[in-house]
Write a protein that binds this ligand. Sequence first.
Ligand code: NDP
Length: 329
Amino acid sequence: MVNAYYDEDADLSAVKDETIAIIGYGNQGRAQGLNMRDSGLNVVVGNIKDASWDMAAKDGFEVYSIGDAAELAGVILLLVPDEVQPEVFEEEVKNKLRPGKSLVFAHGYNIHYGFITPPKYVDVLLLAPRMMGVYVRELFVKGSGAPAFIFAHQNASGKAKEKTLALAKAIGATRAGAMEISFAEETELDHFTEHFIMPVIIRALQLSFEVLVEEKYTPEAVVLEHYASGELSEIFKEMAKVGIFKQMPLHSTTSQYGTLSYGKRVMPDETKKLIKEIIREIKTGVFAREWMMEQKTGYPVFKKLRQMVFTHPINEVERRLKEMVKISI
Ligand code: NDP
């Protein structure tokens, strides 16, 4: 059985005398920093001199260069994008680490694939909210919290787990539940969602749009029907609340029969072979190496892919639809 931890399992005193440095005041940095400060922790921000720096200052934080914040802090949350973390770590954080300090990640990627190797004398912790930053904040303000994966990967201080739990409590994660899984499992599950679940959904919507428009269906109606009304996101919310199959009675019997009877046709059981292949590519680091090469060569494939999707006709249809139908979700 996996361990899950709640507010009563965590004690803020494990980190309350520490200075906490949020390195990178972006999606996660802002949300986690504000939540930790509201929980009574001593939080400073380390950032490059840009709009995020100004935002942190406007939010009332003391803002430093990344190196200065890492020097000041006992607990350092590395919340810059994953692809820039190795460089930021090597150049500005590594030489500020001392025995007893903790290095915290919101995603296991760089530790799991060995792009960052922290010294043995620091704690290495995982605090990975399962939620976009803006909702990590919104849920906290409402009095609830976003669940998170947590792990004390390297326990140099002897208090790594207590510190992980305290930080999870401070961002509101133990209000919902903080689940203990390794850096490897967090990374691989996260990538699986990005390499199978999300592409299946987005590609299904894209191909369906292309074919239905070819078949002379009204483009705006296709987009409204498939996702723009917000019904799909409400269905996903119901799945999260009650379950993928238990939400089905909310739909008509015609809808339920159609959905269940076409499932195997559109995605036969043989798809499991592809799923296994994708898992193997994640486990053996095929994707991590490919993504690293992309970064080193100036993102040639990524640039082409982005160009392709942002010039797709569906973007113009979405724009026209927004002028026609007011969506309030
Ligand atoms: P963001 O893309 O929001 O960037 C965070 C900050 O890093 C920004 O202030 C950004 O500045 C700054 N930054 C960008 N490039 C550099 C650089 N070269 N040197 C220094 N600072 C830089 O990151 P996220 O919050 O999305 O991701 C942070 C971590 O959280 C990652 O490990 C990610 O996997 C994890 N995570 C993210 C989730 C999410 O919802 N986004 C969910 C769960 C985990 P600027 O504003 O100028 O770009």
